[in-house]
Write a protein that binds this ligand. Structure first.
Ligand code: NAG
Length: 473
C-alpha cells in the first residue's frame, strides 16, 4: 500500500515537474490541443483523409485557433502546423537552416538504409545529380518513348469488348510502366506487372500504423521493400554494370545508367545499395502520385463535358498536325496549354501529396509563437489550395485560374517548394500530358458510379477505383 502511495506521488511529482519546469511551457507555444496521450490527433488527421476530406482537419483548427499556425500531435510527435502562403514561403526559405526534411518512423523502417547514411548529406548529393536527369532539356528526348508506351498501354488495357474499365489500376500501370522504362529500361509489360504487384504491397504500408507483426500492412510493406531491393533492383544494377562495361548498355538510356556513371565532386560513385534505395524512392515518388493525378483527370473530365470539349479540341489540333505514326515531341507539349491548366486545377483540388513534415533544427519564433527544437512542423497543400482567401470559390473547377500569371506565389504548391521541391515536376507534367493526349484522342467516357466516394490514404483515390463506360471514336 505504502509502495503504491510512493509510486503515485512520484508519478504526480514527475507530472508537476514536467508541466511547470518544462522550458517550452514557459514560452508562448502556438494555440491548439495535442489530443490523446501518445497517438495525439493522428486518428482525427488520418480519419479526415479516409472520409475524403483531408482539409477538414486543417480548416477546423485554423478557424478555432489561428489561420497561421496551430499545434497538435501527429505520428507520435508534437507538431506545429504552418498554414497559408506566408507560412509556405517561410518554410521553403528556411529549409536546412531552421528546419529539415523529416519522415514518420514507418517510412524510415521501409527504407532502412536511408537512415544508416547521413541522410541530409545524401539528400543534398542526390538533389545535385537528379536535376541533370529530370531537367526539361534532358527529358525532351523521352517524350517519344512516353508516347509509345501510352499508345501501347491504351491499346492493351482500355480497349475491350464491353468498353468498361476501372481507371485507377490502369493509371497505376501506365505511370509504373513509364517509370520502369525511364528509370530501369524494363520494357516487358509482364515483368512490369509482376514488379507492380510487389510494389502495391509496399505502398499500402507506407503511411500506416507502424505495427511490425505478420499480417499488418506495415509488415507486408517492409517485406516487399526488402524483396524489391535485394531480389529485383540489385540484380538489375549488377547486370547493368556488366552491360555498361561491355558496351551493351548506353550511358544515357535511363536514370540507372546515369546514376552508375555520375560521380560526386569528390570523384566518388554511389554504392549499389544506395542506388537501389534511391531508385525505390523515385519509383514511389514518381508513380503513385502521378497515377492518382491521372485518375482524377479522368474523373473531372467525365463530370465537366465543356472542359472535356476544350481539351479534346486542343489535343485533336495537335494530332491532326502530325503525320501517321509520328510521335509527340517537345513543341507539341508546349501547345497543350489548356490541358496543363486542367491538370493543374486537378492537382489543386486533389493534390496527390497532402503535405509534408519537417524537423525543427533550432528554437525559433514564428508569428509571435515559440517553436521548440525537436518538434515537427507539418505543412498542408490544402491550407492554401482550398482557402477562399487565395482561390475564390475554392471548390469550383476552373482551369482559367492558371491563365496569365496564375495563382499568387506560394499558394499553388502540389510539388512543394524551395530546395526540396519535387525534382520530378517536369517528368510528371510530361507523362500527364502524354496521357491526356492519348486518352481524349481515343475516347469519351461516363462514370458508372455517379457519387463515388474519395478516400485519401495517403493519395486520393476513388473508393471503387473509378469504373467508367468508354465510348471510342
Ligand atoms: C472548435 O470549437 C468548437 C466550439 O468550441 C468545438 O465544438 C470543436 O470541437 C472545436 N474543434 C476543434 C478541432 O478543436
Amino acid at each position: 500500500m505504502e509502495l503504491l502511495y510512493i509510486c503515485i506521488s512520484l508519478v504526480s511529482l514527475t507530472i508537476i515537474l514536467i508541466v511547470f519546469l518544462s522550458p517550452s511551457k514557459a514560452k508562448n507555444l502556438p494555440p491548439g490541443k495535442t489530443g490523446w496521450p501518445v497517438i495525439g490527433e493522428s486518428i482525427e488527421y488520418l480519419g479526415a483523409g479516409w472520409k475524403g476530406r483531408p482539409e477538414k482537419f486543417i480548416f477546423d483548427r485554423m478557424s478555432n485557433y489561428s489561420s497561421y499556425i496551430f499545434k497538435t500531435n501527429l505520428m507520435l510527435q508534437p507538431t506545429v502546423v504552418f498554414c497559408g502562403a506566408p507560412a509556405h514561403k517561410f518554410l521553403f526559405a528556411n529549409e536546412n537552416k531552421l528546419i529539415q526534411s523529416w519522415w514518420p518512423s514507418s517510412v524510415d523502417k521501409i527504407f532502412p538504409s536511408s537512415t544508416q547514411t547521413s541522410s541530409k548529406e545524401e539528400a543534398i548529393k542526390m538533389r545535385k545529380m537528379l536535376p541533370n536527369f529530370f531537367k526539361p532539356e534532358a527529358l525532351q528526348r523521352y517524350i517519344g518513348i512516353m508516347d509509345t508506351i501510352a499508345h501501347q498501354h491504351f491499346a492493351a488495357n482500355w480497349d475491350n469488348k464491353d468498353m468498361i474499365v476501372v481507371v485507377y489500376p490502369l493509371t497505376q500501370r501506365y505511370t509504373f510502366w513509364i517509370a520502369c522504362r525511364l528509370f530501369l529500361s524494363i520494357e516487358d509489360p509482364k515483368e512490369v506487372d509482376r514488379f507492380l504487384e510487389r510494389f502495391k504491397v509496399l505502398s499500402e504500408g507506407l503511411v500506416s500504423i507502424p505495427v511490425d507483426f505478420p499480417g499488418t500492412p506495415f509488415h507486408g510493406s517492409i517485406k516487399a521493400s526488402e524483396y524489391i531491393r535485394k531480389e529485383f533492383l540489385m540484380r538489375i544494377i549488377k547486370q547493368r554494370k556488366i552491360d555498361l562495361a561491355e558496351g551493351k548498355a548506353s550511358p544515357t538510356q535511363d536514370i540507372l545508367s546515369h546514376m552508375l556513371l555520375t560521380a560526386d565532386e569528390d570523384g566518388k560513385f554511389m554504392k549499389e545499395v544506395d542506388i537501389a534505395d534511391k531508385i525505390l524512392g523515385l519509383l514511389i515518388g514518381g508513380h503513385d502520385t502521378a497515377s492518382s493525378a491521372c485518375a482524377f483527370i479522368v474523373k473531372y473530365l467525365a463530370e465537366l463535358p465543356h472542359i472535356y470539349q476544350g481539351v479534346y479540341k486542343e489535343q485533336m489540333d495537335i494530332a491532326k498536325s502530325k503525320g501517321p505514326g509520328e510521335l509527340l515531341n517537345w513543341e507539341d507539349i508546349q501547345k497543350m496549354k489548356l490541358s496543363w491548366n486542367v491538370a493543374c486545377e486537378v492537382l489543386r483540388l486533389a493534390p496527390p501529396v497532402q503535405g509534408a513534415f519537417r524537423d525543427v533544427l533550432t528554437d525559433f519564433m514564428y508569428e509571435g509563437f515559440y517553436i521548440p527544437k525537436g518538434w515537427k512542423i507539418y505543412w498542408s497543400t490544402h491550407s492554401t489550395h482550398k482557402n477562399p482567401e487565395y482561390f475564390l470559390e475554392p471548390y469550383k473547377f476552373d482551369p482559367s485560374r492558371f491563365d496569365g500569371r496564375g495563382p499568387v506565389p506560394y499558394t499553388f504548391v502540389p510539388f512543394g517548394g524551395g530546395p526540396r521541391m519535387c525534382p520530378g515536376k517536369e517528368y510528371a507534367r510530361l507523362e500527364i500530358l502524354v496521357f491526356m493526349h492519348n486518352l481524349v484522342k481515343k475516347f469519351k467516357w461516363e462514370k458508372l458510379i455517379p457519387d463515388e466516394k474519395i478516400v485519401v490514404n495517403p493519395m486520393p483515390i476513388p473508393e471503387k477505383g473509378l469504373p467508367i463506360q468508354l465510348f471510342p471514336y
